[in-house]
Ligand binder design. Sequence first.
Ligand code: UD1
Length: 337
Amino acid sequence: MKRILVTGGLGFIGSHTVVELQNEGFEVVIIDDLSNSTIGVLDKITEITGIQPAFHQIDLKNKKEVKKFFDTTTVDGIIHFAAFKAVGESMHKPLDYYENNLGSLVYLLQQMRDHKLDNFIFSSSCTVYGQADELPITEKAPVKTAESVYGNTKQIGEEIIKDTCKAYNLNSIALRYFNPIGAHPSVKIGELPIGVPQNLIPYVTQTAAGIRKELSVFGDDYDTKDGTAVRDYIHVVDLAKAHIAALQRLIKKNNTKSFEFFNVGTGKGSSVLEVIKAFEKITGKPLNYKIVGRREGDITAAFADTTNANKELNWKTEKSLEEALEAAWKWQQQNEI
Ligand code: UD1
């Protein structure tokens, strides 16, 4: 049985990935510092799969603690989710973001080198493309100057991994996520936004639940089908499965380069108004929203060309936007957050 370390394994994407890893017969060890997650998620994972994953509360910025972990535990692969992810906050706290997102990455890679470990999956983002010149976005699209500190940590993170793979004979895959949404069909795990949500779907579900008065739609003057911005919303369970596919590729040594990256989306672009309409159909009632000005830093449209991920990872999405929205809504109703 292969043992996989999942950092940030109690977070939104991390917890769903732990479930899929266990479903596929992997043994999972979680490291999480609980800075943006709760320990209760561990029990929920156990309820879903019937298997309690090993858990270590470790802050990955603590180099000594990281070393201690790897001195006593050996793993066959690492999926590294642990990172700060709030775009706005990253602009006010750049050093916190660089220290947390890049310091921890370096310490992990150092331990992999020292303990001769291999197979590293990195959480990257479609934000590395900025507003791409061509749609859908292929992996050939150039990486553009990052608009946010958060985005820059993803770009620099990929560079660090690429150089490390070359120098120390490591193998890694970065997955460039589009917009992850939804929750587990069991409704036991999902996204737990702290405070006022910045992302569209949690704002939509909280508005429908009456927690927020009204959703602001940021701009209807974009050059898109209905004037609102277009994104590629992927169900978190589909996204979680892409990690297992990437891990299998590395374990089976099917990768063609020591560092590879793949777009992980559905390939379908949806506008904000389309999301609202689909959501209204699910709840059966109108959503309270108004059109306001554009949000600073937002791009017009982004959706993935998934040809490479489909072919090379032998993976494709199975769930629709409607299923993802329905799961997000069920999760909202159960949690009342
Ligand atoms: C954001 C981040 C991006 C990150 C991604 C996934 C920014 C600038 N970018 O992208 O780096 O990788 O989340 O977590 O924050 N919208 C509204 N009203 C709202 C909220 C959003 O109209 O209250 C619109 C936005 O303008 C956008 C779409 O909904 O067009 C999606 O927004 P969001 O969920 O924040 O994701 P991104 O902006 O794509």
